[in-house]
Design a protein around this ligand. Structure first.
Ligand code: AMP
Ligand code: TRP
Length: 334
């Protein structure tokens, strides 16, 4: 049986990259799948980098509001926040004891995030993929919709699951698969086409936030970096032109077209026409979501209630699984 789990960090500024790379896929899967879909706002992950405790609660609510506004139906899917279900942390300890230090040291995201100051990074940031594996395995999830950048973390979750199964001679954990529905949709920064569009980029001009208003969206696209050539008529012409590649990719993703179809449409044109169409399209797709987020955030009781009910359902699924792991390990329960 297929069981879907995905997590999104409540670090504020949900971007067009999050929407096109992950959230949209979650909504598609929820609407297609005749199975459990579990979506988690991973607030415990969010404290691995910087702690702005005053803002965390609101970011958690806003992230949940964003998922609901984008089409996640909390009656159908399970939507909750990680810290309300202690099974994740309980399982993470066990999985951490099965994880090799060398596996964690290979994680590209950790290396990217810490740069040269590895010794100053938090141990939490380094262990983060273990908690992520626990998020997934606490539900025996089989499919994990994520953006392309999370593939390595899912592979690690598979290695950890395999390691558990091997050590205890069972098939207890299914090996989870990354479900990357739109491989080409890695959305890059509007200021530098070689950098991922990220919530945490210091420049707000580098990203389109899901809550940006019409004028801001238009201004950011107008100012987005380009080069001085016209757009190519074939995909090979995008090589070495990161900004052109990115704007065409965003257009394709927003209009549900293939990259090749988008290239055909704009081959030989300057950036002006592409940017104009992109602005209209971005506003058409994002604005209704942004407005719905504002509406939901005007009364957070509804969101809190959704997250509480979701946590009860999540606990009902994960508790027996983690209990079985604890029994297998031999933790005494009286
Ligand atoms: P994060 O913002 O790191 O919490 O990511 C949440 C989800 O969005 C993950 O599944 C990421 O893979 C996806 N994601 C984040 N940024 C991008 C991006 N620029 N392009 C595509 N997917 C992204
Ligand atoms: N690491 C993911 C990210 O940064 C978020 C995440 C945490 C996640 N736990 C997860 C994604 C479990 C999928 C499944 O985007």
């Amino acid at each position: 049986m297929k069981r879907i789990f995905s997590g999104i960090q409540p670090t504020g500024n949900i971007t067009l990259g999050n929407y096109l790379g992950a959230i949209q896929n979650c909504v598609k899967l929820q609407n297609e799948a005749s199975c459990d879909c579990i979506f988690c706002v991973v607030d415990q992950h969010a404290i691995t980098v910087r702690r702005n405790t005053g803002a965390l609660k609101r970011s958690t609510q806003e992230t949940a509001a964003c998922l609901i506004s984008a089409g996640i139906d909390p009656k159908n899917s399970i939507l909750f926040n990680q810290s309300q279900v202690e099974e994740h942390i309980k399982l993470a300890w066990v999985l951490g004891c099965l994880t090799r230090v060398g596996w964690l040291n290979r994680m590209i995201q950790f290396k990217d995030k810490v740069g040269k100051s590895k010794d100053n990074a938090s141990a939490g940031l380094w262990c983060y993929p273990i908690l992520m594996a626990a998020d997934i395995l606490a539900y025996k999830a089989t499919h994990v919709p994520v953006g392309d950048d999370q593939k390595q973390h899912i592979e690690l979750a598979r290695d950890i699951a395999h390691s558990y199964n091997f050590e205890f001679g069972t098939e207890f954990f299914p090996l989870p698969k990354a479900e990357i529905l739109s491989k080409s949709f890695r959305i890059m920064s509007l200021c530098d086409g070689r950098k991922k569009m990220s919530k945490s980029d210091s420049s707000d001009m580098s990203r389109i936030n899901i809550t940006d208003n019409v004028d801001t969206i238009a201004y950011k696209i107008k100012k987005a970096k380009t080069d001085s050539y016209s757009l190519p008529s074939e995909a090979s012409g995008l090589t070495g032109r990161a900004e052109a590649q990115n704007l065409i990719t965003i257009y394709a993703a927003l209009s549900n077209k293939s990259l090749d179809a988008a290239i055909l449409e704009y081959g030989g044109c300057g950036f002006g026409r592409l940017k104009q169409d992109l602005t209209e399209l971005a506003i058409e797709v994002i604005r209704p979501i942004g407005l719905e987020i504002s509406r939901l955030m005007s009364n957070t009781d509804y969101i809190d209630n959704v997250l509480e009910k979701g946590s009860v359902r999540a606990r009902a699924l994960s508790k027996p699984i983690v209990r079985e792991v604890y029994d297998t390990i031999g933790f005494l329960s009286t």
